[in-house]
Design a protein. Structure first.
Length: 343
């Protein structure tokens, strides 16, 4: 057997091999464990990397599927979709741009210096800051399905082909629309020869009926570096179930206490969402609801909140459609001048 080539220092004996895959995880048989590489360098294994073209219908070599894995060269357990680190859209795109700027080479069997596998699913795992290397068969469990109209920067377009998951799957990051018809968007993807960003027809160049939009369950409207819901600095905090979250603050000056951002994350289900929706309808912003407000946070809620915020004269990040303390106070304020028109 040909001896493997090591890059950088060697990891301690006995460390399990980080399995790899293209848009998944490939079994690297009879290959020794690698050590950490120097910054901005790839960690390679003892066999040539298979270069899989970004078009799924390629003629590359077949390789067996394997399970998802932790970050290479780092100790980390399996990621849990029910308790994921939160991140902002700005941070997702910022991380995606790092690989594009560095022109990280595509490989199913190499890891970048940050521990993420250099294929399409490893790229999304890195951008979403999951802390593990997922594959196209598991990435969907860390997101919720959305529609084309709901796509925002940081969401993904996922094509997982269970009949041929290694050669027939791909995933890309949505970076924003490039035209008013929503026929083209800026893509961030890991594909041969290296990570790239370019205008791309929606939903992709091939298999146009198979790409499904997903939104990461941990995405928040908070600005990068702002205090998290627990009051600590930084953007990482666990997304908890409604039952585990603290009760809303008491009523003050006739305004119900603001419950916190955690109650209005994508997929959140609680009474505060219903309370918010009913108040938006009362204020004249009910046109976004097809069947009326409900307990599950939806795009209709976000658009109604955005319209309310714009009615206050707010623009940009201040009108992102997610209720903060000041949005909540103005929405539920019962005394004083009311600037809301609902138009």
């Amino acid at each position: 057997m040909t001896a493997p080539v090591f890059v950088g220092r060697r990891t301690p004996p006995g460390r399990p091999l980080g399995l790899s895959a293209a848009c998944g995880v490939v079994v690297a048989a009879a290959v020794a464990v690698l050590g950490a590489a120097a910054p901005a360098a790839a960690l390679t294994v003892g066999r040539p990397a298979v270069q899989r073209p970004h078009v799924p219908a390629d003629d590359g070599s077949d390789t067996p599927q394997g399970p998802r894995s932790g970050l290479h060269g780092k100790s980390a357990g399996p990621a849990n979709p029910a308790n994921v680190p939160a991140t902002t859209r700005a941070d997702i795109i910022k991380r995606a741009k790092v690989w594009v700027t560095a022109k990280v080479p595509y490989s199913m069997s190499a890891y970048w210096s940050d521990g993420y596998r250099q294929d399409c699913s490893g790229y999304v795992s890195m951008a979403w800051n999951l802390g593990t290397n997922e594959w196209t068969g598991s990435l969907g469990s860390f997101g919720v399905k959305i529609t084309k109209e709901e796509l925002e920067p940081g969401d993904i377009l996922l094509y997982h082909n269970p009949d041929n998951p290694e050669k027939g799957s791909h995933v890309v990051i949505f970076g924003g629309w490039t035209d008013y018809t929503h026929g083209s968007y800026t893509v961030y993807e890991q594909t041969p020869p290296n990570a790239r960003s370019q205008p791309t027809p929606y939903p992709y160049w091939s298999n146009t009926d198979k790409y499904v939009p997903y939104r990461y369950v941990g995405v928040t409207p908070a600005t990068a570096g702002a205090p998290a819901a627990d009051g600590k600095g930084g953007s990482r905090f666990p997304v908890r179930s409604a039952a585990a979250r603290p009760a809303a603050r008491p009523v003050s000056h006739g305004v119900p206490g603001y419950p916190g951002r955690a109650f209005f994350l994508p997929g959140a289900e609680n009474d505060h969402v219903t309370q918010l929706g009913r108040r938006l309808v009362e204020k004249g912003f009910g046109r976004f609801y097809a069947t009326g407000p409900g307990p599950v946070w939806s795009e209709a809620d976000r658009r109604a909140v955005e319209a309310f915020q714009r009615a206050q004269g707010w623009r940009g990040g201040a009108a992102d459609g997610y209720p903060g303390p000041e949005t909540w106070r103005r929405l539920f304020l019962t005394a004083g001048p009311d600037r809301v028109t609902g138009t």
